[in-house]
Ligand binder design. Structure first.
Ligand code: NAD
Length: 475
């Protein structure tokens, strides 16, 4: 694999920096502090050999640490052929801002391996992942206290379980070894609700948006999510859960899904579960019976809809197609789907953008819960669930005694039910997403120089991070 053919993420990194600069311009923040925050603290590049089908193949990977004002630094590991050092740095920076926005006490980091995972078997990927893990751990870029990865594009629970197991064998005396990575399967120290957390966070944030009538009106819409037309790009982990929950639970209509091999369009709404089965069986959306196939997926980004959810790749909305986008609201479920220049064009056209650093933060929020669960070595709800249940039964009993009437079943069920881990994770995620969006809307509305939600989000992030830099002091 020649590194010469690697695409450059430089534009993406610059785009993130420019967006932060817009926030710094409207803040009373020392420019030197702003520059210190924006800079990436350290980047590791590793190249290592793995024997695949009897031949030695070389792999190149990176792990960037953007900020260490809070530890550990947190951020996913991506397996893709788009990965390069700049992309990893841009994504690490986004993680710092994201954690600050949703009040998660982590610094920002990100990793990537230049690989097309589709070209390798499960066993080969395991060997590659375990070797990459050893490189990261031995060089100080993986540990429960300093640097904790999670899944991203091309990786999932399986890879996280391999990483955790490799780390455990390297450092068996580290009591907290299982906290070296999040997004693990539940049987291997993961937390219930992590797999769908990012998509769930997209849903909770959109639900909160529709509770703010003035903002909804500003985005040229009214009412609730019910009946809204939504186009989703990418039906992977984030896009699938977001589309599923929004259509099944909020009554929204997914009118188009764009994938790598084209798009499926259905103005009456696509059955997401069926489409997902089709993709699993066929590798793409082509041939799906529940809608019309369009080969040019990029064209579908420009179709009429209420909400566009890019949930695949970065820079898919750029200078050329931004003037043609017809969505009223863009919810950035992917990292960096809108370039800096496109962002300006969308603003001038009054198309509202809910930024990535907020929209996809659900993953890191639940990763934070998983990390705490691992450090405490106990499942959330284990101590209090039955106690809460018996208190609920007492209340039901008291109600019956006092009123002399039966308590309806649905009230009994609600009262006499202790929260399990799933309930608590969902409640904590909902709370985090709601509070973060409320703060962004509030910041946006309080300062007329702040023209958009993204700038408001970065103002919040920069003021939180700068406060922690100033409190500690730079020496
Ligand atoms: P994934 O690999 O599970 O899914 C990506 C999907 O995009 C796949 O279905 C893929 O086929 C599709 N895709 C690839 N090329 C495409 C193209 N040209 N057009 C349309 N679709 C295409 O990845 P994911 O974990 O869902 O991540 C998606 C985005 O969300 C990324 O930007 C990632 O950084 C971000 N994100 C993910 C998480 C998480 O918890 N997984 C958390 C925060 C942010």
């Amino acid at each position: 694999m020649s590194t010469a053919s690697m695409p450059s993420g430089l534009e993406f990194r610059q785009s993130v920096d420019h967006m932060v600069d817009r926030a710094v311009e409207v803040m009373d923040l020392d420019i030197d502090i702003a520059n210190a925050i924006k800079a990436c603290t350290s980047v590791l590049q590793v190249t290592f050999p793995v024997k695949i089908k009897g031949k030695i193949e070389m792999f190149t990977g990176w792990r960037a640490v953007h900020s260490i004002h809070r530890l550990p630094s947190k951020g996913g590991i991506r397996y893709a052929t788009s990965v390069d050092q700049y992309e990893v740095e841009a994504l690490a920076a986004l993680m710092s801002y994201k954690c600050a926005i949703v009040d998660v006490p982590f610094g920002g980091s990100k990793g990537g391996l230049y690989i097309d995972p589709k070209q390798y078997t499960r066993d080969e990927l395991q060997m590659i992942t375990r070797r990459f893990t050893r490189e990261l751990a031995k060089k100080g870029f993986l540990s429960p206290s300093t640097n904790v990865p999670a899944p991203d594009v091309g990786t999932g629970q399986r890879e996280m379980a391999w990483i955790a197991d490799t780390y455990k064998h390297l450092y068996p005396t580290d009591l907290n070894h299982v906290a070296c990575v999040t997004g693990k399967p539940v049987e291997h120290g993961g937390i219930r609700g992590r797999t769908e957390a990012t998509g769930r966070g997209v849903q909770y944030t959109l639900q909160e948006f529709f509770r703010h009538k003035e903002e909804v009106k500003d985005a040229s819409m009214d009412g609730s999510l019910e009946g809204k037309n939504i186009i989703v790009q990418g039906l992977g982990n984030v896009g699938y859960y977001a589309a599923k929950f929004l259509s099944e639970e909020d009554g929204a209509k997914i009118t188009a899904v764009i994938e790598w091999d084209g798009a499926i369009i259905n103005p009456d709404g696509i059955h997401i579960e069926e489409l997902r089965y089709h993709i699993n069986d066929n590798g793409g959306v082509k041939g799906f019976a529940g809608g019309t196939y369009e080969e040019d997926g990029t064209k579908v980004l420009e179709m009429e809809c209420d909400i566009l959810i890019p949930a695949a790749l970065e820079s898919v909305i750029h200078e050329e197609n931004a003037p043609n986008i017809k969505a009223k609201l863009i919810a950035e479920a992917a990292n960096g789907p809108v370039t800096f220049e496109a962002d300006r064009i969308l603003r001038s056209r009054n198309i509202k953008v809910l930024p990535d650093a907020l929209m996809n933060a659900g993953g890191v929020v639940v990763s934070y819960f998983e990390w705490i669960r691992n450090l405490t070595h106990i499942r959330f709800g284990r101590l209090e669930r039955r106690f809460d249940e018996s208190k609920g039964h007492c209340i039901v009993h008291a109600l019956k005694e006092m009123t002399g009437r039966d308590v309806p079943d649905y009230i009994q069920d609600n009262l006499a039910r202790g929260a399990d881990e799933f309930d608590l994770v969902r409640s904590g995620l909902d709370d985090s997403m709601r509070l973060a969006l409320q703060a962004i809307i509030d910041t946006h509305n309080r300062n007329e120089k702040i023209e958009d939600y993204r700038t408001a989000a970065y103002v919040i992030a920069m003021s939180k991070i700068s406060r922690s830099y100033l409190d500690i002091g730079i020496y």
